[in-house]
Design a protein around this ligand. Structure first.
Ligand code: F6R
Length: 642
């Protein structure tokens, strides 16, 4: 597939403490990339040059390796370098950080399997040089086994390079909170949060092992060079604590503050909570763009507990924003910000006909717009923008709901069997019996037979039609793309291919919309929302030359997991209490996703509750800033292509 990636030549080598400007708050050298793919390639380049440097000296290159979602792209690039650029792994010796316990190496959940699938099977590494803790050891021999693992690392001269991810508990390897600074390789009990995070790939928390073997903090610290990867919003909080907090066993990754050659490689989302990004005015002089000014004023209101229009010069001065006042006084700043937010509020998401639209979020014309609402899974449309969907239909726009993936993986076997049995009772069929047998005989956490997946997809279709009909839409305006990248039958999805993009381009070309809504919610635990958004971007980019695209605006909504910051919002659609209820009932139509839904993330609230609380919270935040007080609001950001 065509790639839009550009290589980066950003220097990621370590800068000694005191030499980088962020040290006032930050205690670990870090480099932030706008794109995690580009960042991963940069890290792969560092590893490749180390391998080559050692090769030139006829020495082994000893790598400490991590598993999980963070390093996947690094391994992909190393494999590419091996295949296309001739990078050899003949002198490479690897030691993996950890393995679940108990765990059979041939289980698809094992880190042994992970490493072979992502790296070892595709490069010329010598099998004896691969070391991964053995998840089959019994407790009696564990101490001796772990000591031997440590000794082996030493025998090869120690780790030249250690690659790390970070867990939301602050673990590195599986060194959970409480781990000692001097700990070595050992058996550890996994933290509950770590098990919750692993639950979806094990299809349920009960299947996640409770123990693991992990290299210790001292083992990791002994590496000559450490690079930790952090991607996405879910890591932002722990990254801030690790880089800016005090060293503490409660956040084991903070021990890295003492290492003399450690760099964190982050993407913008993972670095977003660092003081220098979140509140840069507290760090030093700022380039006061309109965006930064808006962000700072919203922050100042929450800090002082005041509305925008009641902020004073002193509030600005006292909170690191004095230089903003050199250009304009607080009165002007306040009014400008108030108007900016006021203009985002509209009950006319498709534009208000016959109204001056100079300061409205959407164009008045054409009065009746063609609209595509892209929904990554069959339910994100109503969960994320049910109120706006309702208004668009009510205001006479030609609304098309386009479900990007089948969502089949999120239907439980229990639900699927229920439907197959009903079908069999209505009219006995071989197909229904085959489905029932496949479910009955399914081995724990193996993937579904194709006919079961088909039924699960159909269950979600049926629920989606129920919801869209309830919202007043004709079935002919509802489309199911079943994008191929999703159809693996497992949590792990394929990469986007041209086949996905062609399907996306086709639907856009057929409808020729004036507005596209898409999920800009990148904190989705499986990354499906991110892939679906990439598919929207890629399809729209490839179609830029089509005349209708000049009039096509892209609005991003956020789904069940996160909300935009107030200063980012460009359209806020208020909802009446009645609409809140209507939205709730539309979400209820997705019955397979209610009560004990399979992929809940770490938030135990049901989707309708999260949506309601979030929409209420957005409205409350507007009102706390001194704007009108609504029951609930849905929020959107307009994406403009360069
Ligand atoms: C993996 C490991 C863990 C992960 C961490 C982040 O070998 O030791 O510390 O690096 O849990 O996992 P992901 O990358 O999946 O977010």
């Amino acid at each position: 597939m065509e790639t839009l990636l550009k290589k980066s030549n950003v220097d990621i080598s370590h800068k000694p403490a005191g030499k980088f400007e962020e040290t006032r708050y930050e205690k670990i050298h870090n480099v932030i990339f706008s794109n995690s793919d580009v960042a991963s390639i940069r890290v792969a380049e560092e590893i490749a040059s180390l391998i080559k440097e050692k090769q030139a000296k006829n020495k082994p290159c000893v790598l400490g390796l991590a598993t999980g979602s963070s390093p996947i792209r690094v391994y992909e690039e190393l494999v590419r370098m091996h295949k296309e650029d001739g990078l050899s792994f003949a002198n490479v010796v690897t030691f993996n950080l950890d393995e679940y316990l108990p765990m059979e190496p041939d289980s698809r959940h094992s880190y042994f399997h992970f490493m072979h699938e992502h790296l070892f099977n595709h490069v010329d590494i010598v099998a004896e040089n691969i070391h991964i803790p053995d998840g089959r050891i019994d407790y009696d021999s564990a101490v001796a086994y772990c000591l031997a693992y440590e000794n082996k690392i030493q025998k090869f001269g120690g780790l030249d390079f250690q690659l790390l991810g970070i867990g939301r508990t602050g673990h590195i390897g599986f060194n959970e909170p409480g781990s000692h600074y001097n700990s070595g390789t050992r058996v550890i009990t996994l933290d509950h949060i770590t098990r919750v995070d692993a639950a979806s790939s094990f299809l349920g928390i009960d299947n996640v092992p409770r123990k693991a073997i992990t290299m210790g903090i001292a083992t990791v610290r002994s590496a000559k060079r450490i690079v930790l990867l952090g991607w996405g919003q879910n890591k932002a909080e722990i990254i801030k604590k690790t880089i800016e907090g005090e060293i503490s066993s409660h956040v084991p990754a903070t021990y890295l503050q003492n290492h003399n050659n450690c760099t964190f490689i982050l993407d913008t989302s993972a670095g977003s909570q660092l003081t220098r990004n979140k509140t840069p005015w507290l760090v030093g002089p700022c380039d006061w763009t309109e965006e930064l000014t808006a962000k700072a004023i919203v922050w100042l209101c929450s800090k002082t507990n005041k509305t925008i229009l009641s902020l004073t010069d002193k509030d600005y001065n006292d909170n690191g924003m004095a230089d903003l006042l050199t250009l304009q006084d607080s009165y002007d700043l306040n009014i400008k910000m108030f108007n900016r937010l006021q203009h985002t509020i509209t009950g006319w998401p498709g534009g208000k006909p016959n109204a001056d639209d100079t300061s409205r979020p959407e164009r008045a014309l054409p009065a009746k717009k063609k609209v595509i609402i892209f929904s990554p899974h069959p339910d994100d449309d109503v969960i994320s923008m049910g109120g706006t969907f309702d208004r668009l239909v009510e205001q006479g726009h030609d609304v098309h709901i386009v479900y990007q993936t089948s969502g089949n993986i999120a239907v439980s076997d229990m639900d699927a069997r229920k439907y197959a049995e009903i079908s069999k009772r209505i009219s006995p069929s071989e197909e229904a019996q085959k489905i029932i047998d496949a479910i009955k005989n399914k081995k724990e956490s193996s993937s579904d037979a194709p006919e079961v997946r088909k039924l699960k997809g159909n269950i979600r279709r049926g629920e989606s039609y129920a919801a869209t009909r309830y919202m007043g839409l004709e079935d002919s305006n509802v489309h199911f793309l079943d994008l191929p990248f999703y159809e693996t039958g497992t949590i792990k999805k394929n990469n986007l291919s041209d086949a996905d993009i062609d399907i996306m381009m086709n639907i856009i070309k057929t409808i020729q919309p004036h507005q596209i809504y898409a999920a800009g919610d990148l904190a989705d635990p499986h990354g499906t929302h991110k892939v679906c958004l990439d598919a929207v971007f890629e399809a729209m980019q490839r179609m830029q030359s089509e005349p209708f695209m000049k009039d096509c605006w892209l609005w991003l909504y956020r789904g069940a997991w996160h909300e935009w910051d107030i200063n980012e919002i460009e359209m806020a659609v208020p909802m009446s209490p009645g609409q809140v209820l209507k939205k709730r009932h539309a979400i209820f139509c997705h019955q397979s996703q209610k009560d004990g839904v399979m992929f809940q993330g770490d938030d135990s609230r049901e989707f309708w509750m999260r949506a309601e609380e979030r929409n209420r919270d957005t409205a409350k935040r507007y009102s706390a800033l001194g704007l009108s007080d609504y029951a609930a609001m849905e929020a959107f950001v307009r994406h403009k292509f360069n």
